[in-house]
Design a protein around this ligand. Structure first.
Ligand SMILES: Cc1ncc(COP(=O)(O)O)c(C=O)c1O
Length: 372
C-alpha cells in the first residue's frame, strides 16, 4: 500500500461541484482581482472568526509583514518568535526591516516557551509572534500576561491552526492580529498561494488594504505600497472549503487519535503532546525519534515501505546556511529544544480523508521498525 502525505485531489473531488461552481462564477463575472468573490469571502471569514476585519492578501508571509508595516514596525524594532517555526515567520520580520529575536520552544508542544520571553525583551522590543505550530495554539494567556507587562503587541502566526483554540481563549482574542496562510497544504488551502489577516484594529485594516494594492484606495491615486492580493478564483475555492473546516478538523483529530492509540508504548519515538483543554487541529502529526535512533534512516524506512513521511522542520532558522544573511537577528539563551526538534522530528501522513486502512497501515509500518 502507498499512503500519501497530502490528499488534495480527494478533497477536491469531495467538493468538486461547489468549487467548480465558484470558479466558473468568478470567470464569468470578469472580476478576477479585488472583485465580489473576494469581498464575499472576506465577509465569510469575519463571520467565521468573529472579528471585525478580514483582509485577503497574496500569501501567509505577506500577511505577517504587511501587518508589521501597518503597525509602523521597521528598522531598529525587535520582534520575538521561536526558532523552530516555518522559515517564513522570521523571513517576514526581516522583510519588514526588523530584528528577529529567536527563543526556544516548549519541549513538549514545540510552541514558543513563555518562560523564555522575559530574557528576550529589551527597550527595542515591539511585538511577540507566537506560532500555533503543527495545529496547536501557543499558550496565549501566559504570553499575553508577559506582553501586557512590557507593553508589547501580539501577532499570531496561525498559518497552521485555523479552527484551533486554547483552553480559555479563541485565536484572535488576545492579540492585535492573526495572520494565516491558505497555501495548498494548509488545513484550509487553495490551489496556489493565498493568505489573510484577521483583526479588530481599524488601522491595520485600512493600511493593509492600501498596501496590498500599490498603496491605492482610489483609481490612479497611489502612495507607497506593494502588490499582494488574494485573487478571486482562490477566494471562490476557499469560500467553498470554509464551510467544511470544522468537519475537516474533526476528521484530522480522529486520525490523530488513531495514531496515538496505535503507536503507544514504542521506545523509539515519542508522540505529540496536546495541552489539556486545547483543540489541536493536527495540521501535522509530528513524532520525535528517541536518543540513538537515526531519524533520517527512520524516514527512509517509512518512505521505502509506502508511508510518505516528511520532516517539519529539520533545520532550525538559526542553523540555516548563511544565517542571518546580513539581516538583524539575535538568539536568546539556549535553543536546545528547537534544535532537538529539528534533529528528531518526523511527520506522518495527515489529512482529513485518510482511510482507516491507510491509518492502520501507517501504524503497522511504524511499529515494525527495527532500530539499527
Ligand atoms: C508557520 C507558518 N508561517 C508562515 C507561513 C507562510 O505562509 P505562505 O507560504 O502562505 O507565505 C507558513 C506556511 O507556509 C507557516 O507554516
Amino acid at each position: 500500500m502507498k499512503v500519501p502525505f497530502y490528499g488534495h485531489e480527494r478533497q477536491y473531488l469531495s467538493l468538486k461541484n461547489e468549487i467548480d461552481a465558484n470558479i466558473e462564477k468568478v470567470i464569468m463575472s470578469g472580476n478576477y482581482v479585488l472583485g465580489p468573490m473576494l469581498t464575499q469571502f472576506e465577509k465569510e471569514l469575519t463571520e467565521y472568526a468573529g472579528c471585525k476585519y478580514a483582509i485577503g492578501v497574496g500569501n501567509g508571509t505577506d500577511a505577517i509583514w504587511l501587518t508589521f508595516m501597518a503597525l509602523g514596525f521597521g528598522p531598529g524594532d525587535e520582534i520575538i518568535t521561536n526558532a523552530n517555526t516555518f522559515f517564513a515567520t522570521a523571513e517576514a520580520i526581516w522583510i519588514a526591516g526588523c530584528t528577529a529575536v529567536l527563543v526556544d520552544c516548549d519541549p513538549l508542544t514545540k510552541c514558543i516557551d513563555p518562560a523564555k520571553l522575559e530574557a528576550a525583551i529589551t527597550s527595542k522590543t515591539k511585538a511577540i509572534v507566537p506560532v500555533h505550530l503543527y495545529g496547536q495554539c501557543a499558550p496565549m494567556a501566559e504570553i499575553k500576561a508577559i506582553a501586557d507587562k512590557h507593553n508589547l503587541l501580539l501577532i499570531e502566526d496561525n498559518a497552521q491552526a485555523i479552527d484551533a483554540h486554547g483552553d480559555t481563549f479563541k485565536v484572535g482574542e488576545l492579540s492585535e492580529a492573526v495572520c494565516t496562510s491558505f497555501i495548498i497544504q494548509k488545513n484550509l488551502g487553495t490551489f496556489g498561494d493565498a493568505g489573510a489577516i484577521f483583526t479588530n484594529n481599524e488601522k491595520i485594516n485600512t493600511v493593509v488594504r492600501k498596501l496590498r494594492s500599490h498603496g491605492s484606495d482610489a483609481r490612479n491615486v497611489h502612495s507607497y505600497g506593494f502588490n499582494s492580493r488574494l485573487d478571486d478564483i482562490h477566494a471562490g475555492v476557499l469560500s467553498a472549503k470554509l464551510k467544511m473546516i470544522t468537519k475537516w478538523s474533526d476528521m484530522r483529530i480522529a486520525v490523530a487519535s488513531k495514531y496515538t492509540a496505535g503507536l503507544q508504548g514504542l521506545d523509539f519515538i515519542t508522540l505529540p503532546t496536546v495541552r489539556p483543554g486545547y483543540r489541536h487541529v493536527f495540521h501535522l502529526y509530528v513524532v520525535e525519534t528517541a536518543a540513538g535512533v537515526d531519524r533520517d534512516a527512520f524516514v527512509k524506512y517509512l518512505v521505502d515501505n509506502g508511508v510518505d513521511a516528511k520532516t517539519h522542520y529539520s533545520i532550525a532558522i538559526h542553523k540555516q546556511a548563511g544565517y542571518p544573511w546580513g539581516k538583524e537577528a539575535r538568539i536568546v539563551g539556549s535553543l536546545e529544544h528547537a534544535e532537538h526538534n529539528a534533529a528528531t522530528c518526523v511527520s506522518l501522513p495527515m489529512f482529513p480523508e485518510l482511510t482507516d486502512e491507510e491509518v492502520a497501515y501507517v501504524i503497522e509500518v511504524v511499529k515494525n521498525y527495527k532500530n539499527g
